[in-house]
Design a binder for this molecule. Structure first.
Ligand SMILES: Nc1ncnc2c1ncn2[C@@H]1O[C@H](COP(=O)(O)OP(=O)(O)OP(=O)(O)O)[C@@H](O)[C@H]1O
Ligand SMILES: Nc1nc2c(ncn2[C@@H]2O[C@H](COP(=O)(O)O)[C@@H](O)[C@H]2O)c(=O)[nH]1
Length: 396
């Protein structure tokens, strides 16, 4: 890995920021750095690898890679968007796997670079056609009824909402199932995952470690459903500061006395744990109301009333089919194609031979309204137009 990529010298001469594919690799220049994407040097993985050549220091760096990585394919094109994001268009891939984004300098990458204390961090996100709904973040003191209200929403709107399954170091309660209510995990394993940048957010709550993994949020994004996070105020603040768009709701109990009764009646905690949760509740309620994180503060006194109010702030009219979004569609790209960029449009050209006639095809992807990004999915990818020209037309 000692030599500079061959493309660097040529590229500096012709001034192009995006370099031609060499042996299935692409090289994209951003400032002093060349991002080389392709097979891993040791061929030990079937996932695309990233290495960075720093033209200033003359050194290669293997970055910390966050998010789910795309699988290797029959070649790919790389297109630089906005100096902080490289779009990868895979050849011969399935419609839901052909567009990926490598974030090299967005807010999340900058935060993680600081958190992880490493020099270089990059983050993958899969491209999703069209729009998906904002995340729904629900917080409130233990026993206020978050889980109860979330279950009601998911029961009434099963095709619309899905729960992000958090990791926790606490032990399961009687009815709780691993992988359904939480991923119950050893603290040391969670700490290693946090160190490796696998978590969107994490927090120490009531003496245990809790966290939302990037994978948990990605898993929900892939179903096209709206992702619900049941997390504490510190975690909500981290999500608020991230690139995610979300609606933040804080639930308050009618009184501390009622909160205590609910916790005791639930019967899932020891006396010591109940007292600890109640001690933390007052500070949490104070922060929830005054932090400016939350868009809505709802009081859960009468359960049915509170559920009605929750649906109201979510714009649900009570019908089970309201606002139902379908799973995001993929993009049917021809297996072999060439890619170019004009302003905010990506032009994907291909030729097919049918019944002795060559037809030229042009797909235009509009990337002007991209939203989200790593961690999670990059949404808002729009197939702008598909043109097909039979032999003799030289328009493309
Ligand atoms: N409005 C309500 N009136 C009376 N009881 C309620 C109400 N809402 C929820 N409960 C009950 O209060 C208990 C606590 O509710 P729940 O487990 O949903 O709280 P939670 O906020 O998710 O707590 P935790 O953060 O500890 O998981 C449950 O037994 C639930 O049935
Ligand atoms: N920051 C996060 N907080 C979380 C997460 N998952 C749950 N929680 C919060 O923890 C407490 C206690 O939950 P319990 O299930 O032990 O009663 C509660 O306030 C949850 O909102 C998470 O991933 N991140």
């Amino acid at each position: 890995m000692g030599e500079a990529p061959a493309c660097v010298a040529n590229d500096l001469q012709n001034g192009s920021p995006n370099l031609k594919s060499k042996d299935g690799e692409t090289s994209t220049i951003i400032g002093d750095k060349v991002y080389v994407i392709g097979r891993a040097d040791d061929a030990s993985t079937l996932l695309l690898a990233v290495k960075i050549y720093n033209k200033f220091t003359g050194k290669w760096v293997i970055p910390t890679v966050l998010g789910t990585r795309p699988e290797i394919c029959k070649g790919h094109s790389a297109v630089l968007l906005n100096e902080d994001r490289i779009m990868i268009i895979k050849k011969g891939s399935t419609p839901d796997d052909c567009i990926w984004f490598l974030e090299v300098n967005n807010k999340f990458v900058k935060e993680q670079t600081q958190n992880l204390g490493t020099d270089e961090v990059v983050a993958w996100s899969k491209g999703v056609r069209g729009d998906t709904e904002k995340l729904l973040v629900i917080s409130g003191p233990s026993g206020v009824g978050k889980g109860t209200l979330i279950s009601m929403l998911m029961e009434e709107f099963p095709s619309m909402f899905a729960f992000s399954v958090s990791h926790t170091s606490r032990s399961p309660r009687g009815m709780e199932k691993d992988g359904v209510h939480y991923h119950f995990t050893e603290r040391s394993v969670m700490e290693k995952g946090i160190k490796d940048g696998k978590f969107l957010e994490f927090s120490e709550v009531h003496g245990n470690l809790y966290g939302t993994s990037i994978e948990a949020v990605e898993a929900v994004a892939d179903t096209g459903k709206r992702c619900i996070l049941d997390i504490d105020v510190k975690g909500a603040r981290k999500v608020r500061d991230s690139s995610f768009e979300a609606i933040f709701i804080f639930l308050c109990p009618p009184s501390m006395k009622e909160l205590e009764q609910r916790l005791r009646a639930r019967g899932t905690e020891t006396e010591e744990q109940i007292l600890k949760r109640l001690r933390n509740a007052e500070a949490e309620i104070e922060q929830g109301k005054s932090s400016g994180i939350y868009d809505h503060v709802l009081y859960n006194d009468n359960l049915e009333e509170c559920y009605k109010n929750l649906k109201k702030v979510l714009g649900l009219n009570g019908s089970a089919t309201a606002n139902h979004k379908t799973t995001p569609k993929g993009i049917d790209l021809p297996p072999h194609h060439s890619v170019s960029k004009v302003d905010n449009k990506i032009l994907i050209k291909s030729e097919t031979l049918e019944l002795g006639e060559t037809s030229k095809n042009l797909i235009i992807l509009d990337v002007s309204k991209l939203k989200g990004g790593a961690p999670g999915r990059t949404r808002g990818l729009n197939v702008y137009a598909i043109y097909s020209f039979s032999n003799g037309l030289n328009g493309i």
